[in-house]
Design a binder for this molecule. Structure first.
Ligand code: ZN
Length: 437
């Protein structure tokens, strides 16, 4: 007997929106990176919500063409002027430090210091976010206005950091469904105090995982909380033998800002996940944009590398690099808002609802229409105000259930919402007019 997996059942997205926002706030102050204590601390906060498995992969481990880097940790960083006043203080904003800066404690003149200072000319009040993971370097980020105020004098520059053999840490949460086929949901966990790029995706993934663990999905789900690029490369290298189980996937990022929804298709371009997300965005009644795959962006780059070519797309609101606050101190708790997190979560739930229920059926009475009236089927679908639509849905489902059309295709063809088509198929199944392929 067909079992309808109702992903949207018993979830109040608006209640969860406040919890997602609270989680973003809890994680916001932490100085994360691709390795180190900030990343671990973040994973431990997520673990308070879902039973995350935390993996530590040692420095030096070869993962395809890459090597797990040394672990970076930072305790303090500042620049003092000649009066001994701290004019830049890491503890005021962790964006002040170029992420992965090596240890330094020196006095130097402004002209020498300037080679290590990064600002945004166009956004003179914001601090940029910069990294130097794979080249040993150091630097400070500050607002352009602050740079303009610096006097030509000697400064004391201190970065109390360490770059040593350690681990790359990532979190994984597996939810066993009825079948071993998997859906992966991946988000990056390596950015410091940036809310939309990074924290919004983590918060959404955490509460999505929590919800799915409370229902009984048909698919198994694997949630990855990984540092960008090196994290997905590491996970793929360690789990290569099992990637065949991945049937659908989404990278989730930048899901808390007011921008319209964007979806970047998988490399395949016509995977079921691509069709499901497109359908949901098209049916939302809101503005949206579908982007073709390109080999730049987030971890879909690795999942969609030619050796894997997994059906993994990227769901976001404003894409990276397209909103002014991107990779700056203005990507903060004001940019991300609960209602946008809620809207993103509700769209992803609708996508998963389609994937969970998108089956093909065979009409058991294919020669001419079955007589629906004598089975009482015109009134058998309860709770629907639009009878005409439910009748049309029956006719469409019966006609296109030839073993070649999925319910999503029937929904597209008929222009009737997926949810109605799905419930109609359930009813027809109960009356033995359909059989699952
Ligand atoms: Zn980023």
């Amino acid at each position: 007997m067909h079992k309808n997996t109702d992903i949207n059942n018993s979830i109040n997205v608006n209640d969860i929106s406040c919890q997602m926002y609270q989680l973003v706030s809890d994680m916001y102050p932490i100085c994360r990176s691709i390795t180190g204590d900030g990343l671990r601390k973040t994973l431990n906060i997520i673990k308070q919500h879902i039973p995350l498995d935390i993996h530590d992969i040692p420095t030096g481990t070869q993962v395809f063409d890459w090597t797990i880097p040394k672990e970076w940790n930072i305790r303090d960083a500042f620049i003092k002027n000649s009066q001994g006043e701290k004019i830049i203080n890491f503890h005021q904003s962790n964006l002040h430090i170029v992420n992965y800066s090596i240890n330094i404690h020196e006095k130097m003149l402004l002209e020498d210091l300037k080679a290590h200072l990064y600002t945004l000319h166009d956004q003179p009040d914001w601090i940029p976010y910069r990294t130097s993971y794979y080249k040993e370097n150091w630097g400070f980020c500050l607002s352009h206005n602050q740079l303009l105020e610096l006097k030509d004098e000697e400064y004391e520059v201190c970065i109390d950091s360490s770059l040593e053999n350690g681990c790359l840490t990532y979190g994984e949460y597996y939810i066993r469904g009825e079948k071993t086929d998997e859906i992966i949901i991946s988000c990056h966990t390596c950015h410091p105090s940036l809310c939309n790029d990074n924290l919004s995706g983590i918060a959404l993934a955490t509460f999505l995982a929590k919800h799915l663990s409370e229902i009984s999905p048909s698919y198994s789900y694997r949630f990855l909380f990984i540092p960008g690029t090196i994290g997905s490369i590491t996970w793929l290298a360690l789990n290569e033998a099992n990637v065949d189980k991945i049937k659908h996937g989404l990278v989730v990022t930048c899901v808390g800002d007011p921008g319209k929804s964007h979806y970047k298709k998988s490399r395949r371009g016509n995977a079921e996940i691509d069709k499901a997300v497109t359908h949901v965005l098209k049916s939302s009644g809101q503005d949206y944009e579908i982007m073709e795959f390109s080999p730049y962006g987030y971890d879909e780059r690795q999942f969609c590398s030619p050796g894997f070519n997994l059906p993994v797309g990227c769901f976001m609101r404003s894409p990276h690099g397209t909103y002014p606050q991107y990779h700056t101190s203005a990507d903060n708790l004001e940019l991300v808002q609960p209602q946008y997190l809620a809207d993103s979560l509700s769209k992803i739930l609708s996508v998963l609802d389609i994937i969970e229920n998108n089956k093909k059926y065979l009409n058991q009475n294919p020669k001419c229409e079955p007589q629906l009236g004598k089975r009482g089927l015109y009134s058998a679908i309860g709770g629907q105000t639009d009878t005409k639509k439910s009748e049309m849905a029956m006719l469409w489902v019966l006609n296109l259930s030839d073993g070649n059309h999925t319910l999503l295709e029937i929904s597209e063809e008929s222009g009737i919402e997926f949810d109605v088509i799905n419930k109609t198929a359930d009813t027809l199944l109960q009356f033995n007019l359909l059989k699952e392929c």
